[in-house]
Design a protein around this ligand. Structure first.
Ligand SMILES: *Cc1c(COP(=O)(O)O)cnc(C)c1O
Length: 465
């Protein structure tokens, strides 16, 4: 094999630039990105020829040089982050962006973000305002708290609270509540970052009132409760509730802080979900500061919401860390719209996708699954399509034991393996992420809203199974 001849057969840059397909690229995109791709793709080809033992394959790759350049330039200009269809049945899927936001809300946010807004401008007074002002009153009204603010996420909220209330001092927390949440967020590590010293009390399964009281010293700055969102300790257990901690803390003049994790604002037990203590419960029981995520069960944007007594919230607003953790205009605007829905529970359940999916009655899910299965069968794909009952999960480290009865569309491919079909689905223009069980693909319809059915059917049709 004459490698030198193969190297010489690689078209020179000016020849490539003269190619019609490359010319078209330059017209649509920029000459710089086209030149860059010409160089990287030519280098790649050279490397390929260097290693290749099969002459005809080297010739074939050389002929593909221009198509490869076209593909590279187009890929550079195509956004990599894109919508996917979550057919896993996990409603708060952290890898898939957690809480989806309603279309109407995003339209409104787009109006705000594409121009200027009163983010930090008080229109009545004509002077500087606060970015929390847009949703602080709403949060207070809904939860019964005196004051509120929000930072980037709940991990940041915990850090800010501890830094503001307990820096250089001690915080008492139960050993049963030393949580690690996904993404290596560990309560003990966050506390260390905040400059507070953690005083662990009790044991993994039992912590008593006396354990807290005995741990209080001159250095104690707060008592902390952490909701064990993503695990449950069952069996021989004992914990001290907020109701008991509040009087104890009061005697020593200390605040009680509660990290609720998910932060539910409505009683979900009405919809067949296990009762989860609400944010309102914590405030009513006397917690001084409560924090929770914006994009877990609340169903809003990523944020860490902090509510509680005004004197504490004021300290947090003044903390220098707040400047580093502050929310942007997208979050402030979305949070206001999402919280407004909570003024009526009916509206919240209807208009917030997370609550809509959690509360969707089984009968409705079943009907939709059958409709999707019918449409898929009509495409004549080479697969057995059916339906079967399954269970959805809340996810996002919320209500870990909860299973919601649901219905899945099942797909068993005839000519390829389940693993291969799963991969093909992932590579679709609108990727579909399913659950796979042994010999079947499962599309849990609870997390696939009806308006996506058309896209699913069309993509299966075009996949050429
Ligand atoms: C999820 C969770 C957090 C972290 O919240 P993010 O908004 O993901 O940063 C903190 N504490 C608890 C108890 C949680 O469940």
């Amino acid at each position: 094999m004459d490698k030198n001849m193969l190297y010489r057969s690689i078209p020179k840059v000016d020849i490539l630039l003269g190619d019609e397909r490359v010319q078209e690229l330059i017209d649509v995109y920029s000459k710089d990105t086209v030149m860059e791709s010409i160089h990287t793709e030519t280098d790649r080809l050279r490397g390929f020829i260097g290693q290749c033992e099969d002459e005809s394959e080297a010739v074939a790759q050389t002929e593909l040089l221009v198509p490869h350049i076209v593909r590279a330039v187009k890929a550079m200009h195509t956004p990599n982050m894109r919508p996917v269809i979550n057919a896993t049945g996990t409603i708060l899927h952290t890898n898939l962006g957690r809480a989806p936001i309603g279309r109407e809300h995003i339209k409104r946010v787009a109006e705000i973000a594409t121009g200027y807004s009163n983010l930090e401008y008080n229109l009545e007074a004509g002077r500087r305002g606060e970015r929390y002002s847009h949703f602080e009153k709403l949060l207070c009204k809904i939860t019964g708290a005196e004051a509120a603010m929000a930072v980037n996420n709940n991990a940041a909220a915990v850090m800010l609270i501890l830094s503001s209330l307990a820096k250089g001092g001690e915080v008492v927390v139960s050993r049963g509540e030393l949580v690690e949440i996904g993404g290596k967020f560990r309560i003990p590590d966050v506390m260390e970052q905040s400059g507070a010293v953690l005083v662990e009390v009790g044991t993994t399964n039992k912590t008593h009132y006396d354990d807290y009281e005995n741990a209080i010293t001159e250095e104690t700055k707060a008592l902390l409760k952490v909701h064990t969102s993503n695990y449950r300790i069952v069996g021989f257990t004992d914990t001290v509730g907020i109701d008991e901690l509040v009087p104890l803390a009061k005697r020593y003049g200390l605040p009680v802080v509660e990290d609720l994790g998910s932060g539910v604002l409505i009683d979900l037990s009405k919809y067949g979900i296990t009762y989860e203590p609400t944010v309102q419960d914590s405030i009513r029981r006397g917690a001084d500061v409560v924090c929770f995520s914006g994009d877990k069960l609340l169903g809003g944007p990523q944020a860490g919401i902090i509510i509680g007594k005004k004197k504490y919230i004021d300290r947090m607003k003044k903390n220098q860390l707040t400047r580093a953790l502050r929310i942007d205009k997208f979050t402030a605007a979305t949070l206001e719209l999402v919280l407004q829905e909570y003024l009526s529970e009916e509206k919240a359940v209807q208009n917030l996708p997370v609550l809509r999916m959690i509360t969707k009655p089984y009968a409705e899910v079943e009907k939709e699954a059958r409709a999707l299965a019918r449409s898929l069968r009509r495409t004549n794909i080479a697969a057995a399509v059916g339906t079967e009952p399954c269970e959805s999960q809340i996810g996002g480290g919320s209500l870990p034991l909860e299973r919601i009865p649901s219905m899945a569309v099942t797909i068993s491919p005839e000519n390829i393996s389940v693993a291969e079909l799963e991969e093909r689905m992932r590579r679709l223009p609108v990727p579909i992420i399913p659950r796979t069980v042994n010999d079947k693909i499962l599309l849990d319809v609870r997390t696939v809203e009806r308006h996506l059915f058309g896209t699913i059917v069309k993509q299966f049709q075009e996949m050429g199974l």
